[in-house]
Design a protein around this ligand. Structure first.
Ligand code: PRX
Length: 671
């Protein structure tokens, strides 16, 4: 057996009360998995000493460390003079240098004589005669030409340095090309996930004063065509700053074009010469805005700039995914999320990786599509989300068993905590017990991965994102801002600036300061709770707002959820607090299950199960069965809405990021 397991079970420990306002943790995970000697021997970081050396240098001598990293790993048209100008909460990195994120991602490889290397392997959703109908491969040299053509087209449409371009497109190579073309000329892209409504597009266009929207006629999703252009048309009625709309033909469906405003990609981009060079840009030139939902109020436009973000995305990709020449790397995210920005486009391409890009749904034409893709393309690194893993478990092992997954050597997880039971399934069923799992913790705001196992050296514990990457200095504080002891949960902060950090909320300095920098002086407040165990491993305990306080014990939602999910008949669980006269808060659980009847017997069984796993304190007071949980479009459970349902309140706040409003309506009916 290549992996060793110290113990095959997780267990509970007695709960403790606390006075300082730190969070009790109740679920103890004792399983430990080591990378195989074979994996370690070939790994990019292969010894603990190597990691220690990097981490110590980055912590103690950050200027020297990042100077060397930036000089070695980015192309500089003009050198920078200062590594980091830190005026809390504002950082400038690689001051006065000139570089270009598109050059680093594309041209640098061509210039180094590696233009024939495959950059993107793309597979569209439609299937004909059992085979994908649309497939394309782009080498780095071909990508360079495509990007230059698009940059020429954008320039012709009047787009230049500092202009904001909204991109609302399906997962086609042209989406990556459009992002890179903006970067090439210094325009700021704002990718809007192609599932958002006209209202949401307009809100984002207006907040950023977008000048151009790039879209397509339609989008394939689960065998159907969604009319993207029609949605954009509706949004443009309320987007006065948008002057032009560039439309890619993807589905061939009818797309009404407005004279003077709308132009086709094949007219404006395809016939260009493809010669335009990347513009040397100041290190702090804005690269993109990406909107992310806040718990209240309108979405926040998180701003990232050129050099620091690019370096962070590249180096974290190389460290965490242990990238090697012959890897076929597949990140299943959409470019509409930060994961797609950093780990489909800028990170892997800057590292010269071969990236697979898939357009469609994981269950089209059947529930084995992902495994079919892995087998056909011999994917070696797979990076996906816990919500997908839980869906695969629910769909059944038979879809996985049909395929040969032996090409896989490394698995990744991102977006939410992965419940230990889902982790174990991923490890056994997908990884064949031989692939390390990198559970990567980070945020839109952090630009790239902050905490993760290094797959060649870090023994993993299911449910823990393990340790910080070099250059990340976390600290955990209580309500008063004091550091908490190991094993106690508290607010997770980052104490030292890092190159990939957000530079602001677009157009809203006040909210930037208030949200991230007010609570704890000079530290970046992540908004997550976490604890660090005695081995120095970090455990994310959920968003700060999600803490439940039962009789003075502050509990984290993920632990109770993980206990529920460890019951064989439970697929997904979301746990929230609701007001309770005696206890302060009671625990309300929302559960999706297999085929078990939704009766009191099952309810009681689940309560007993949690009691056994964690303790009486964490036993849910209410259990509601539901067909689906309300999730954001990126797959995160929206506990905020469930809190309102559990308390019987009217729904307040922003629901624009909710994936399926009907799941919420159903929950109310099931009340
Ligand atoms: O709560 C954490 C959770 O997702 C949040 C960031 O969401 P977003 O900006 O959409 O970025 C998602 C992709 C990085 C975090 O504050 N989160 C993300 N990854 C993990 C996680 N929670 C636990 N474990 C993770 N690996």
């Amino acid at each position: 057996m290549p992996t060793a397991s110290a113990s095959e079970s997780s267990s509970n420990q007695p709960e403790s009360s606390n006075a300082s306002g730190s969070i009790d943790h109740v679920l103890v995970e004792e399983r430990l998995f080591h990378p195989s000697a074979e994996f370690t021997s070939k790994a990019v970081i292969s010894t603990e000493e190597q990691y220690e050396k990097l981490a110590t240098a980055a912590r103690e001598n950050p200027d020297e460390f990042w100077r060397a990293e930036a000089l070695e790993h980015l192309h500089w048209f003009e050198p920078f003079d200062t590594v980091c100008d830190w005026q809390p909460p504002h950082a400038k990195w690689f001051v006065n240098g000139k570089t270009n994120a598109c050059y680093n991602s594309v041209d640098a490889h061509v210039a180094a004589g590696r233009g024939d290397r495959t950059a993107i392997i793309w597979e569209g959703e439609p299937v004909e005669d059992g085979q994908p109908r649309d497939q394309r491969t782009l080498t780095y040299a071909e990508l360079q030409t495509e990007v230059a053509k698009c940059a020429e087209g954008l320039t012709q449409l009047g787009i230049g340095v500092g202009d904001v371009v909204s991109i609302y497109m399906p997962m086609t190579p042209e989406l990556a090309v459009a992002m890179l073309a903006c970067a090439r000329i210094g325009a700021i892209h704002s990718v809007i996930f192609a599932g958002f409504s006209a209202e949401s597009i307009a809100e984002r266009n207006n907040d950023a004063s977008a000048k151009l929207v790039i879209t397509s006629d339609g989008l394939y999703r689960r065998g159907k065509v969604l009319p993207l252009k029609a949605t954009v048309d509706e949004a443009l009625e309320k987007s006065p700053t948008v002057e032009k709309c560039l439309v890619l033909r993807r589905t061939g469906d009818d797309a009404p074009m407005q004279e003077g405003r709308d132009v086709w990609w094949h007219d404006v981009v395809e016939n260009q010469p493809g010669q335009m060079a990347a513009e040397p840009l100041d290190s702090e030139t804005p690269l993109f805005i990406l909107y992310t939902s806040g718990s209240t109020g309108k979405p926040k436009g998180i701003l990232h700039t050129t050099a620091g973000y690019n370096l962070w995305a590249k180096r974290t990709f190389e460290w965490v995914f242990d990238h090697r020449e012959d890897d076929i790397y597949w990140c299943t995210a959409d470019c509409g999320w930060i994961t797609g920005h950093s780990y489909i486009v800028y990170g892997p391409l800057s590292a010269g990786a071969t990236c697979l890009m898939y357009e469609g749904a994981p269950n089209f034409p059947a529930e084995d599509r992902f495994w079919d893709i892995v087998e056909r393309h011999k994917v070696s690194i797979l990076y996906t989300a816990p919500t997908a893993v839980r869906a695969f478990i629910k769909w059944g092992d038979e879809h996985v068993d049909k395929h040969d997954l032996s090409s896989l050597r490394l698995l990744g997880s991102v977006g939410e905590g992965i419940n230990p039971e889902a982790w174990m399934w991923y490890h056994k069923k997908i990884g064949g017990e031989k692939c390390p799992i990198v559970d990567t913790w980070w945020q839109t705001e952090t630009g790239g991965i902050m905490m993760s196992p290094l797959p060649g050296i870090t023994p993993t514990k299911p449910g823990s994102c393990t340790r910080p990457l070099p250059g990340v200095v976390p600290s955990i504080v209580d309500e008063l801002g004091n550091s908490v002891d190991s094993e106690h949960g508290g607010k997770l902060c980052i104490s030292q600036p890092w190159p990939g950090m957000l530079r602001g909320i677009y157009g809203d300095e006040e909210r930037f300061v208030e949200q991230y920098w007010s609570d704890v002086p000079d530290k970046y407040l992540t908004g997550d709770n976490a604890r660090c165990d005695t081995d120095g491993y970090y455990w994310i305990m959920g968003r700060i707002d999600d803490v439940i306080n039962v009789s003075g014990h502050r509990l984290s939602t993920i632990e109770v959820e993980s206990a529920l999910v460890s019951h064989p008949d439970v697929c997904e669980a979301a746990v929230v607090g609701r007001p309770h006269d005696l206890k302060g808060q009671a625990i309300a659980a929302f559960v999706t299950s297999n085929d078990r009847g939704h009766d009191d017997e099952f309810r009681n069984e689940l309560k007993q199960h949690v009691r056994k796993q964690i303790g009486a304190l964490a036993q849910p007071d209410d259990i509601r069965f539901t067909a689906a949980l309300p999730k954001t479009r990126s797959g995160k459970i929206m506990r905020r809405l469930l809190r309102d349902v559990a308390a019987g309140r009217e729904l307040v706040g922003d629901t624009s990021t909710l994936e399926d409003l009907s799941s919420l309506a159903k929950l109310r009916e099931e009340d």
